[in-house]
Each structure stands twice: as C-alpha cells, then as structure tokens.
Design a protein around this ligand. Structure first.
Ligand code: PXG
Length: 458
C-alpha cells in the first residue's frame, strides 16, 4: 500500500477485498465507506463523519465501542496463553469459567456449553448434535429440522439451509431434511386478525408440519425468539408458549437461536426467558463478546447433555477455535460489564419501554406501518397506503432510499426490503434514543419527499 487516502483505500478494497453479502459491481462504482474509529454508540468514517450506530455494528456491540476492560482482558490473556485447543483432553481456564457462568445465566434447565467462533458454526453444531442425540436413543430416522421462512441462522451451507432466505438457497443449494413453515409476522400476514389469536394460529403451522412429515421423523424445531435479520419480526405473546407445548407434545427438541436476542437485547439474558420457552439448545454469538472478538456456541439443556455424555460416546465435531482462551476471556469481561452496569435490567425497565413509547409515536407518520419494538430492537415497514394496507412495489427499493437518507444524516438504520430496523447498543441512554428518533423522523420526512417526487405515492 502506498498513500492511504480514502480513494486509494477504496480502489484497493475494490481490487482485492471481496465483501460478504455485497454486489461488487455496484460497490466498485461508488466505493466503500471506510470506518476508521468508534466510541460508545458512534462510529466515524475516513471523511470525518460521525454516525450514530443504531445497529450495534451487526447486532453485536452490546456494551458499546471503546471499552478498555475488554481490550485489557484480551491483552492479559494473550500474554498468558494466547491459544490452546480443547481437543486432546485439555482445557483452559477462561473457557471453563465462561461455560460455568453461561450455564448460571441460562438457568437450571442447562448444564453444558459447546463453543465455536460464530453463529453459523453453532447452528451447524446444533444440527449434528440433535441428530446424534436421536441416533444415540435408537431413533436415527429422526433427522428433519423444522425452521421458518425468512429466518436467519447463518450463511454456512447448513446455516443457510436452516434459514428461510430464498436468495441464499438459490446460490450453492441446500442440505436435505430441513423444512420450513411460515413466520409469525402479524402485521405482514394478518393485520386485521386479533394478535393473540394469530400467534396461536402461526404456532399451529408447526403441528401441521410435524404431522405432514411424521412426528417420528422430526428431530427439532429451530427459531429466533424475535427474527432479527428477517426485519425484527416480533411474535405475538401467545406464540412461543404454544410452540413449546407442541414440541413437548411430540417430544421434539426445541432450539432457540439467541444469536441476536441473547445477552440483553430484549431485556433478559436470553430472549426465550422473556418469551416463555425453555429450549433444549440455545445458539449464541455476537453479544457474548459484544463483537470485540469472534465467539459463538450452544448452551446445552440437561436432557441432551445427559444422553450425549452417558451414552453418546465421542461427538465427532469441533473447531480449532472451540473455547478460544482470548475470546472466552473477553466474553467474561463483557458479562462483567453487563452485570456491573445493570444493562440487561436497564433495557427491561427503562430504555426498552422508552424506545417502545417513541416507536408508538412513529405510527403517526404517513409512511410508517406496524412500528414495534422489544427491548432494544425495533422495526417498522414503509407503506404506500397505510389505511388500505398497500405496500410499495418491491422493485422501487424504498427501503434503500430511506437508508440513503439515514447514512447522509449520520444514522445507521438497516433496510430489510421495506422494513427499517434498529438494534442500538444496550448502553444507549434515553437522550441518545431521543437523538436517534429525531434522525429517524427527519429521514422519514426526506424519504416521503423523494417518494412524492418519484411519483410513488398515490
Ligand atoms: N443466527 C442468527 C439469529 C443471526 O442473526 C447468525 C445466526 C449467524 O451468525 P454468524 O456469526 O455466523 O454471522 C446470525 C447472524 C443482517 C445480518 O443483515 C445478520 C446476521 C449476520 C449478517 C447479516 O442483519 N446475523
């Protein structure tokens, strides 16, 4: 590299760095935004613009940027033991401490933790673990995993297959024995139906699918407590208890993918604790280290751990970085911060309800439909005609128009189709939520003007 000014970096980026989930031709035309530093809930780009990061990076920087305690924990651990594996009857202190701590946070129902480095890897682990569990119990034909449309469970081949994103299935294919049911999206699917009744009806689709596949062939159901990447789809409160009841009725394992909802995002340590479900497996990643280092894994319920340990023999699965000592040390320091600063309770009692109140006010905007939030994750959909429940034509890309205004005004808000979503750091104060909301209102007004000019409004 020669001169590192922004346009040079953009040119080299374009020439050599293949980004995830990116249309490279489009990116090359305008150049990537170069993020250079961050503090608290703000990031800065190479042009000196300060941007409020209402997405916590990618749903992960729960304790905010610039936390020295996490840097110190990594540095200390790197100097003591930067790496060792857990394969050959060896272990390391941070991994042991973290496993114990996570089991305590998860509750009595759980006894063990399996570590990986990402959410995708962890969901691959889940598939193997549930199938191995049933094979150990003499039911190897129980292989099918039921998931949901528009779910996101990662982008490895297995993670992408579990997910319900058609665009991902179309590239590279899918693995067999995974089937999907419709998501519990009340505003999108049945806005006129009573919300709780819809929740029960959406859960009943699981039972229908179990009967269609044959209960003796179904290994597990997997779902995010609140669908994140799918657009912050918050299920009715009747949904998860009914899902749990149906899984129990057929003896099917329940996996909650807590990669986004875990570590305080919805005001509890795990989203399932709020939703009234007791999954047998919980996938985690992201917020466990607040994204400072890659770490993921699965919290394992006693029902599964007992069978695997007593009768399962060797579990032929693991990653070089399973239980990475530096990542685990950072996770421990991250949990210290969440506990000491009472961030999980603060989301539940103070900032979550405050954001909910502000999101309810957003509903007055003529573009905004189905605005809702839970803890510190929130979404709404841009509507062409709210009263008649008419969406924009997908091809018009109104979400991207709105996102463009957000970027230009110093706010990171994500567009999932026409759904606009946020998941700000858990350290966000009420004043910072006000700042976010003011920017959202401004961007909505600017979007409306654009859409009128483009003749997209009736
Ligand atoms: N499960 C859930 C619920 C996730 O949100 C994963 C698994 C996969 O984690 P890894 O660490 O393998 O990426 C995720 C990741 C988006 C977006 O556009 C969301 C994720 C990843 C990339 C983009 O919102 N979530």
């Amino acid at each position: 590299m020669t001169d590192l000014n922004s346009s040079n970096i953009q040119a080299i980026d374009s020439a050599h760095y293949m980004h995830p989930f990116t249309d490279h031709k489009g990116l090359a035309e305008k150049g990537a935004r170069i993020i250079t530093k961050a503090d608290a809930i703000y990031i800065w780009d190479s042009e000196g613009n300060k941007i409020l990061d209402a997405m916590s990076g990618l749903w992960c920087v729960n304790v905010g940027y610039g936390r020295k305690a996490l840097v110190d924990a990594a540095s200390k651990q790197m100097q003591t033991l930067p790496y060792y594996n857990s394969f050959f009857q060896t272990t390391n202190v941070p991994a042991v401490k973290l496993a114990e701590r996570m089991v305590k946070l998860a509750g009595e129902h759980y006894s063990h933790v399996f570590f990986s480095s990402s959410g995708s890897e962890s969901n691959d682990t889940n598939i193997k673990m549930v199938r191995h569990y049933w094979a150990t119990l003499g039911q190897p034909e129980r292989k099918v995993i039921i998931s949901r449309n528009n779910a996101y469970h990662g982008s490895t081949l297995a993670g992408g297959s579990l997910g319900g994103m058609a665009g991902m299935h179309a590239q590279g294919g899918v693995i067999p024995d995974i089937v999907h049911i419709e998501q519990p999206y009340h505003y999108g699917l049945a806005p006129n139906e009573d919300r709780d009744a819809f929740g029960l009806r959406a859960a009943s689709w699981l039972e229908t699918k179990i009967l269609e596949v044959g209960a003796d062939k179904v290994a597990a159901f997997i779902g995010e407590p609140v669908q994140g990447a799918g657009g912050v789809i918050i299920p009715p409160k009747t949904y998860w208890p009914e899902i749990q009841r149906i899984c129990d009725k057929y003896g099917i394992l329940l996996i909650c993918d807590e990669v986004i909802c875990g570590f305080g995002r919805v005001g509890k340590w795990f989203g399932s604790q709020l939703m009234g479900a007791k999954p047998d497996l919980m996938t985690f990643a992201k917020g466990v280290t607040s994204g400072y280092l890659p770490l993921g894994g699965v919290v394992i319920g006693r029902r599964i751990a007992e069978v695997l340990i007593e009768k399962g023999g060797e579990f032929n699965h693991g990653y070089t970085y399973s239980g990475h000592p530096v990542a685990c040390a950072v996770a421990l320091a991250n949990i210290d911060i969440l506990e000491k600063e009472g961030l999980v309770d603060r989301v539940f009692n103070e900032t979550g309800p405050y954001l909910a109140q502000k999101y309810a006010e957003l509903a007055h905007h003529s573009l905004v439909g189905g605005a809702e939030s839970l803890g510190l994750m929130a979404g709404f959909v841009l509507m062409k005609d709210k009263a008649k429940h008419i969406n924009f034509d997908e091809a018009a890309g109104v979400g991207m128009i709105c996102r463009g205004h957000c970027f230009a005004n110093g706010l990171i808000m994500r567009a999932v189709g026409d759904r606009m979503i946020i998941a700000p750091p858990l350290v966000s104060t009420k004043a910072q939520i006000d700042e976010m909301m003011a920017l959202i209102h401004l961007c909505l007004d600017e979007t409306l003007i654009d859409l009128q000019k483009l003749g997209l409004m009736d």
